[in-house]
Design a protein around this ligand. Structure first.
Ligand code: NDP
Ligand code: 8X3
Length: 254
């Protein structure tokens, strides 16, 4: 296989899908993961037809520790030589205040955004350790920098990603692994549809009256971060729509 290898979690939609498209265009071979296998296969087929790269798909739920371990352990024939891991799979579910919170929503958020990221990171960093090189990019959020009303558990999960990124940077340093966090503000993907449980009107209202980030903006940022020289690591990138000053301040033209 010529060209580097990137593994992207959550490549069926949004940032993950856009990053897959961007990296394939730049000559990266890709391991694409997510639960919706039909989407993974369709994407893999179209990218390998369009570009001279190899694409491997692995359908699993990052919340299932054994599934993550088995999928990563099954990589062979060169696929185990992962250069870049993009820990992107994640979600928010609900916007209720804590006193009205649904424990199922809380579990989905924490199990995916925190524990899933840990399972994938442990498995892949041990592959990178063997080659004494690698780069892990964690997709955090502005929600992991500032708390907002109704953000509670999602914010806590992204604050955890922020803390884990810092911990990884210390602990994976001797293994030759660089660690970057990209923390975006509002971006129009399937994120709000998932958060509002398929309520399209509520999801669309999030982006009313301003231009949010697009998934391609994040793909561009991932590509920039992973193509810096060996001696340079971008530790933490906060990327916002120009109309958004912080978690709660958005200039809307309504
Ligand atoms: P999307 O909903 O469009 O994409 C989320 C991706 O995560 C999908 O590919 C989905 O795949 C995957 N995913 C979710 N749960 C699981 C799971 N249990 N196992 C495996 N894969 C899973 O949203 P975004 O692209 O916007 O979100 C990507 C990341 O960016 C998330 O971590 C999100 O928190 C973060 N983020 C989003 C922002 C935004 O405003 N959009 C801003 C800041 C950060 P599938 O359902 O097929 O499993
Ligand atoms: C997603 C952005 O502001 O909806 O991480 O939490 S926000």
């Amino acid at each position: 296989m010529k060209g580097p290898i990137a593994m992207i979690t959550g490549a069926t939609s949004g940032f993950g899908e856009a990053t897959a498209k961007r990296l394939a265009k730049e000559g990266w071979n890709l391991i694409l993961t997510g639960r919706r296998v039909d989407r993974l296969e369709k994407l893999a087929k179209s990218l390998s037809k369009k570009y001279d790269v190899h694409i491997l798909t692995q359908g699993y739920d990052v919340r299932i520790e054994e599934a993550v371990n088995e999928s990563v352990a099954s990589l062979n024939g060169g696929w185990e030589k992962i250069d870049v891991l993009v820990n992107n799979a994640g979600l928010a579910v609900g916007r209720s205040p804590i006193n009205d919170g649904d424990a199922d929503d809380w579990n989905r958020i924490i199990d995916t955004n925190v524990k899933g990221l840990l399972y994938v990171t442990r498995a892949v960093s041990n592959l990178m350790k063997k080659r004494k090189k690698g780069h892990i990019v964690n997709i955090g959020s502005i929600a992991g920098k500032e708390v907002y009303d109704g953000g509670n558990v999602y914010c806590a999960s992204k604050f955890a990603v922020d803390a884990l990124t810092k911990a990884m940077r210390i602990e994976l340093l001797p293994l030759g692994i660089k660690v970057t966090q990209i923390a975006p503000g509002a971006a129009e993907t399937e994120f709000s549809l998932v958060r509002f449980k398929d309520d399209e009107a509520k999801a669309a209202a999030v982006y009313n009256g301003f231009t949010p980030l697009a998934a391609d903006d994040i793909a561009d940022t991932v590509h920039y971060a992973i193509t810096r020289p060996k001696h340079v690591c971008l530790n933490d990138i906060v990327i916002m729509p120009s109309a958004q000053a912080n978690s709660t301040t958005i200039l809307r033209d309504l």
